[in-house]
Design a protein around this ligand. Structure first.
Ligand SMILES: NC(=O)c1ccc[n+]([C@@H]2O[C@H](COP(=O)([O-])OP(=O)(O)OC[C@H]3O[C@@H](n4cnc5c(N)ncnc54)[C@H](OP(=O)(O)O)[C@@H]3O)[C@@H](O)[C@H]2O)c1
Length: 379
């Protein structure tokens, strides 16, 4: 390939996914969910970019369960459906390679809806790009983990939606999906910033359970994949009742846990991953409505994007908490899968691993190695 030509690899949304079925990753079928496109950008061409546009390369992709919803045609969700033929939507970190936009200089990193692309040309506004300052973090991926969407969601679940004040001592919390990006951030925040009697956490596998218990004091984590799960859950509660349940999973985990809620307790529903790929059967859908009534429970769903105006304030607070050591930055674990250069084709398969629990902490795919300030912009 000529030096002034960049080969861009882009996964386009080819067919809408169904909400309760897995995406179709068999590219030889005509209803495959994605299609891989190769595009060639001649960077010697002065007219490659229109005024206001940038050419960027993606460094990191955030692997989010929510993307399953973004791949569907749902028109009644919190984001409009992505037009077929557009890059598959994904949050991530990009780097500006060439710019005709005064606010985005070549070499700068930004976070935004970069999509499943190795390179692309856009107006940064169209992907909600925001410049990030690599000198302010220990590594670029911190902008997806410690200071990313999952931690922001965890912070809002604890401080805004739990109904519990940090000074309310001795409460019992339950957190499902506790070894993932959101759950692990939440377990640490609750354990260290609130004064809980117990943070009962749920994760898949004993190794993940030990990791969650290492996040702070008063955390007990049970393995929902273990045969003794129900007994372990009851033993961990030791006859106590749950004041607040922050649930990422739904389904059978919710149906069972709700029986242990304290009257007038609160369920913060931030996710329901058990239903994102499955055809609902009796045990996977929520059927314990009578308990909501007899225990006079509140169930509150929320979406982090509704709080965009609060993000900078929350990030300032998180910065202060990590600088002071109140939150341990080393406990914001990341699982970083590799899809650099000719491995880019793996991006959808790697993302799909989130439904198999391949990650501990925040799950990220690395698409380019140009993730440090010292590297010159490679054109
Ligand atoms: N409301 C919002 O604004 C918002 C924002 C971010 C995320 N969320 C939601 O929060 C949840 C967690 O998101 P995340 O980004 O932090 O993902 P994540 O927890 O890092 O990854 C998902 C984890 O869910 C677990 N899982 C997958 N299928 C499951 C099943 N059928 N039953 C039980 N556990 C299952 C797996 O861990 P195990 O090995 O433990 O099974 C997997 O690692 C998702 O439901 C997501 O949609 C909501």
């Amino acid at each position: 390939m000529k030096k002034h030509v960049i080969e861009a690899k882009q996964y386009l949304l080819n067919n809408y996914a169904q909400f309760n079925q897995p995406v179709n990753l068999n590219y030889s079928t005509k209803d495959a969910t994605f299609k891989l496109l190769h595009k060639y950008y001649n960077i010697a061409d002065r007219n490659l970019l229109k005024e206001g546009e940038i050419l960027y390369e993606t460094i990191y992709l955030s692997n989010d369960p929510a993307q399953k919803g973004w791949f569907t045609a749902a028109t009644d969700s919190y984001l409009p459906p992505t037009p077929l033929g557009d890059p598959a939507p994904a949050q991530g970190i990009g780097r500006v390679l060439i710019s005709k936009n005064k606010k985005f200089q070549a070499g700068e990193f930004f976070s935004g809806m970069v999509g499943w692309v190795s390179h692309n040309i856009v107006n940064p506004k169209s992907i909600s790009a925001v410049i990030v300052d690599i000198s302010k973090v220990s590594k670029l991926s911190d902008y997806l983990s410690v200071f990313g969407g999952t931690t922001l969601t965890a912070y809002l679940a604890a401080f805004k939606y739990s109904g519990i004040h940090p000074e309310d001592e001795g409460k019992i919390w339950l957190i499902s999906g506790a070894a993932g990006g959101l759950g692990s951030a939440l377990a640490q925040i609750v354990s260290k910033l609130f004064k809980p009697k117990l943070v009962l956490a749920i994760a898949g596998g004993s190794e993940k359970a030990r990791y969650v218990e290492s996040l702070g004091p008063n955390i007990k984590c049970v393995d929902y994949k273990s045969k003794s799960y129900n007994r372990d859950f009851r033993n961990a509660l030791n006859g106590e009742l749950i004041d607040v349940f922050v649930d990422q999973v739904g389904g059978s985990i919710l149906n069972r846990a709700i029986l242990h809620m304290r009257p007038f307790g609160r369920i913060v529903q931030s996710g329901a991953i058990s239903g994102y790929n499955e055809v609902s059967d009796k045990d996977e859908s929520f059927y314990n409505y009578p308990v909501v009534i007899t225990k006079r429970l509140s169930i509150k769903g929320f979406v982090v994007l509704d709080h965009a105006t609060e993000f900078s304030k929350i990030i300032r607070h998180l910065n202060e908490l990590t600088r002071r050591g109140t939150l341990d930055i080393s406990k914001f674990e990341e699982t970083v899968a590799q899809a650099t250069d000719d491995q880019f084709y793996k991006v959808p398969d790697l993302w799909n691993g989130i439904f198999e629990g391949v990650n501990k902490g925040k799950y990220i795919t690395q698409v380019s190695n140009n993730n440090s300030r010292s590297r010159a912009v490679k054109l």
